[in-house]
Write a protein that binds this ligand. Structure first.
Ligand SMILES: [Zn+2]
Length: 278
């Protein structure tokens, strides 16, 4: 059985924990989810409620999700504090019949340098730490859970029996994504891909042009020019950097129409260009 280990202080457990637990089961990423409250927090988090109380709360959360979720109290028997890797090794030793997989929030990825043996060798145990729960978030704060991947080929391993596969930020993948998308579609799945068609210089952003060519349906969504309000299909980079990929938000880019877009100009004075149609 594949068991997702969901560790944390659970001080207290909240609806986000319940949603992650349900999501892991719903998407078939594991056969069971074990909530593993820490006895003492390895990074020294203070103010924890008694272990017994947090175990009881996690038990209530698990029973609300269903029979595939349960609370696991192994940390009560381990030396304190138990680092996550120690807990995972103890679980693997106690349950050799199961394969364990760690579930963490994307916020944890900011602090993995503080974790003991974060980069463990897959061959050492059957623990898989490559999956992180994460959300796609729209500008209107609509959230949808997703799984981050480093390369397009990983998608083939993750899709399971999904009938619809959504891929966002397609411009950050290499050409392999075209093969992957074709293969998924050939298998009868519906593949929905979103991505930016041009970089900040107005140059087609590979592999989007190739995806446009093989797609049955293409929808080009336009933004609103931040200068004149006309439909905008260009990204104006507001800071001068030579990198093609520069992650950022409203301070780094803004949507511009063809008239108000100029890749050579980075000065916000660009705002003073005449309004189109005025
Ligand atoms: Zn404009």
């Amino acid at each position: 059985m594949e068991v997702a280990v969901f560790g944390g202080s659970f001080n207290p457990p909240h609806v986000g924990h319940a949603l992650v637990t349900a999501w892991v089961l719903w998407t078939g990423q594991a056969d069971a989810v074990w909530l593993v409250p820490c006895a003492d927090h390895p990074l020294g988090k203070l103010g924890l409620a008694p272990f017994s109380a947090r175990v009881r709360w996690c038990g209530e959360l698990a029973s609300g999700v269903g029979s595939a979720a349960r609370v696991e109290t192994i940390e009560d028997e381990l030396p304190r504090p138990s680092f996550t890797i120690d807990t995972l090794r103890a679980l693997s030793a106690a349950h050799p019949e199961h394969a364990f997989r760690l579930v963490v929030g994307a916020d944890i990825l900011q602090e993995t340098h503080l974790w003991k043996d974060w980069a463990i060798d897959d061959s050492e145990t059957s623990i898989d730490v490559r999956y992180a729960a994460d959300d796609i978030v729209s500008h209107s704060e609509y959230r949808f859970p997703c799984i981050p991947v480093d390369a397009a080929a990983e998608i083939l391993r993750l899709v399971g029996d999904a009938q619809v596969v959504g891929i966002d930020e397609a411009q950050f993948f290499d050409g392999t994504l075209v093969e992957v998308a074709n293969r998924l579609a050939d298998e009868g799945r519906r593949v929905v891909i979103a991505g930016l068609d041009q970089d900040y210089r107005g140059i087609p952003f590979e592999p989007i042009p190739a995806l446009l060519a093989v797609a049955e349906y293409v929808t080009k969504s336009l933004a609103v020019c931040m200068v004149c309000g006309s439909p905008a299909n260009r990204s104006q980079r507001l800071v001068q950097r030579d990198l093609r990929v520069l992650l950022g938000s409203s301070e780094t880019y803004e949507a511009r129409c063809r008239l108000h877009w100029d890749p050579e100009v980075f000065d916000p004075e660009q705002q003073s260009l005449p309004l189109s149609g005025a």
